[in-house]
Design a protein around this ligand. Structure first.
Ligand code: COA
Length: 321
């Protein structure tokens, strides 16, 4: 038994925050943000929380697959901005919104969450345990960034993406390979210190903190290695890839990795200018956008990569069906 990506869906909240809007909030300017990150706008959730975005992305993926919620055997949801820290999981809240009683679990792999969720879904399906798994990356990062910290608040945005991973006997449609990694020695580089039991109420450091420069360097190095490894062990080169769909954190990281693997610019998917860094949601949102404008088509081979807090990072070779 193999696992395939059956469908994709996404949702973004309506409100758009431009770089010009940000100039009124922190000491920054459009030129700095554009030059360093490529970001122009991001969507911000006002009255919605992460499960609302996740639910709408899930409905979209179900509609695109022509499936009903009760055909889903399990939900795996990746987020760093859950409705509740500790419990219940946002996946449980989404299952309830969908009206299904099924195994549902959140995973914490930061911006690499979608690739980790994909790896878990693939393993569950290949084991024969489940037939259809809904994986979701959903974030309202606007609610965990410090809007007084210009070094972080300009970078992120809100959104959700969902995919249905299904069993297939057709190897041609199957997810080819997934590479996931983590190195906890970088735990302090990208962290929300005050939202767990270690510091808890003893600190007011409840917002996302990042050592941007260091994160940038490790991201480029580890991502380049991961994509080189996955291509090599599957006897593929960048010429065999139809679409490079990287995590949308920063166009300079995307560009550096694309150069390292000799990926032509026209094959690299870029949506960061519109949505900023939406963490675990960025890859499914980017795939969805490219499908909607008719670029990614059935049978196209996608190379995904992502990097995030932990640090975690990974890549995947996924045909679009
Ligand atoms: N507007 C204007 N100036 C800003 C600013 C902002 N929003 N944020 C920081 N600055 C200033 C800094 O204070 C610093 O000023 P100084 O030289 O007077 O001290 C200067 O810009 C340069 O800061 P630095 O942090 O060295 O910039 P950089 O070139 O590394 O760019 C990032 C900053 C965050 C864009 C870059 O490091 C990056 O992209 N890192 C990776 C982040 C990421 O993708 N994280 C998520 C991974 S999933």
């Amino acid at each position: 038994m193999f696992a395939k990506m059956t469908s994709i869906g996404a949702y973004v909240p309506e409100k758009i925050l431009t770089n010009k809007d940000l100039e009124k909030i922190v000491d920054t300017d459009d030129e700095w943000i554009t030059k360093r990150t490529g970001i122009k706008t991001r969507h911000i959730a006002k009255d919605e929380v992460t499960s609302d975005l996740a639910y709408k992305a899930a409905l979209n993926a179900l509609k695109n697959a022509n499936m009903q919620p009760d055909e889903i055997d399990m939900i795996i949801l990746a987020t760093i901005s859950p409705d509740y820290f500790t419990m219940p999981s946002t996946a449980c809240v989404v299952a309830d919104k969908l009206g299904i009683v099924r195994p549902a679990v959140d995973i914490a792999a930061a911006c690499t969450g979608f690739i980790y969720a994909l790896a878990q879904a693939k393993a569950f399906i290949q084991s024969g345990m489940y037939k259809n798994i809904l994986i979701i990356g959903a974030e309202t990062i606007s609610k965990i960034v410090n809007w007084k910290d210009r070094t972080t608040c300009v970078l992120f945005g809100d959104g959700a993406g969902a995919a249905i991973i299904s069993a297939t006997e057709n190897k041609e449609e199957a997810i080819i390979d997934i590479d996931i990694n983590a190195d906890g020695k970088y735990q302090d580089y990208l962290i929300t210190p005050g939202r767990g039991v270690k510091y808890g109420c003893e600190t007011d450091r409840i917002w996302l903190e990042m050592k941007g420069n260091e994160t940038f360097k490790v991201a480029v190095k580890t991502l380049s290695q991961s994509v080189r490894d996955i291509l090599k062990r599957n006897n593929l080169t960048s010429e065999d890839i139809d679409w490079f769909v990287p995590h949308q954190a920063n166009y300079r990281i995307i560009d550096a990795v694309a150069r390292a693997i000799k990926m032509p610019k026209e094959k690299s998917v870029l949506t960061v200018h519109k949505y900023g860094n939406t963490s675990s949601a960025s890859i499914p949102m980017a795939i969805n956008e490219m499908v909607n404008i008719g670029k990614i088509k059935k049978g196209d081979l996608m190379l995904l990569d992502a990097f995030g807090g932990g640090f975690t990072w990974g890549s995947a070779l996924v045909p679009f069906n």
